[in-house]
Design a binder for this molecule. Structure first.
Ligand code: AP5
Length: 214
């Protein structure tokens, strides 16, 4: 099963992608997590990506597409994957479609997690993330067992640099101008499904499993 998660920053794509990956036994591939791991490790890619991410801008397509096309050809992705945060622009979507055609494969579902902008800033300011293992929490809606500590690996949780309200607004603007057109793109490919992302975490997941089949 090859799945793309679409939706605004903070819509809950990552939260649901992790649940899908666990339920269906496929890898969760998040370009945001890949960039953050590179930033943490001080790689050249990480240094380049950071300058864009800190401003709420997209990392250039040429740094992103090959990375994902390579990742989806790894052995663990043979039976499928859930892409989170990619594609994010029409050129990225075209690059993915072209690469999949060459591999004789295609996307089965593009799931749009629909949340209005008015809910987003609140969600982002309450989000806490683990830089070590990528787990995410919310101080109210999905709190860790011990405040400030990751349940999964015991690392300290942080507020992401790009979750400050002024950067969130920029990311929302970028989403509407560059990523939202993908909803039309995948509607035309006949694979778009929408879920109401304002419901609680488990209700959103129930909508998704209804689409994917339990
Ligand atoms: P990325 O890490 O992909 O960020 P994003 O798309 O902006 O998405 P988020 O991770 O912020 O949100 P999410 O939808 O996953 O929400 P979450 O589940 O955490 O990208 C970061 C940056 O990297 C980009 O700005 C860009 O610079 C760069 N980048 C990445 N990919 C790129 C690409 N392809 N091309 C170019 N640049 C790229 O949920 C948010 C919070 O809400 C959490 O606290 C969660 O617990 C809570 N929550 C979730 N669901 C619910 C619910 N139903 N009810 C209540 N709370 C909820």
């Amino acid at each position: 099963m090859r799945i793309i998660m679409l939706g605004a920053p903070g819509a809950g794509k990552g939260t649901q992608a992790k649940k899908i990956a666990a339920r269906y036994g496929i890898p969760h591939i998040s370009t945001g997590d890949i960039f953050r791991a590179n930033i943490k490790n001080g790689t050249e890619l990480g240094k380049k990506a950071k300058t864009y991410m800190d401003q709420g801008l997209l990392v250039p397509d040429e740094l992103t597409c090959d990375l994902v096309v390579d990742r989806i050809q790894q052995p663990d992705a043979e039976k499928g994957y859930v892409l989170d945060g990619f594609p994010r622009t029409i050129p990225q979507a075209e690059c993915l479609t072209e690469a999949l055609e060459k591999l004789g494969s295609k996307i089965d579902y593009a799931i749009d997690v629909d949340v209005p902008d008015s809910n987003i800033v609140n969600r982002m300011s309450g989000r806490r993330a683990c830089v070590k293992c990528g787990a995410t929490y919310h101080i109210v809606y999905a709190a860790p067992k011990q405040e400030g500590i990751c349940d999964a690996c015991g690392e300290k949780l942080i507020l992401r640099d790009d979750d400050k309200p002024e950067t969130v607004q920029k990311r929302l603007d970028v989403y509407h101008s560059q990523t939202q057109p993908l909803i039309d793109y995948y509607t035309k490919q006949g694979v778009l499904k929408s879920v109401d992302g304002t419901k609680d975490l488990d209700e959103v997941f129930a909508q998704i499993t209804q689409i994917l089949g339990a």
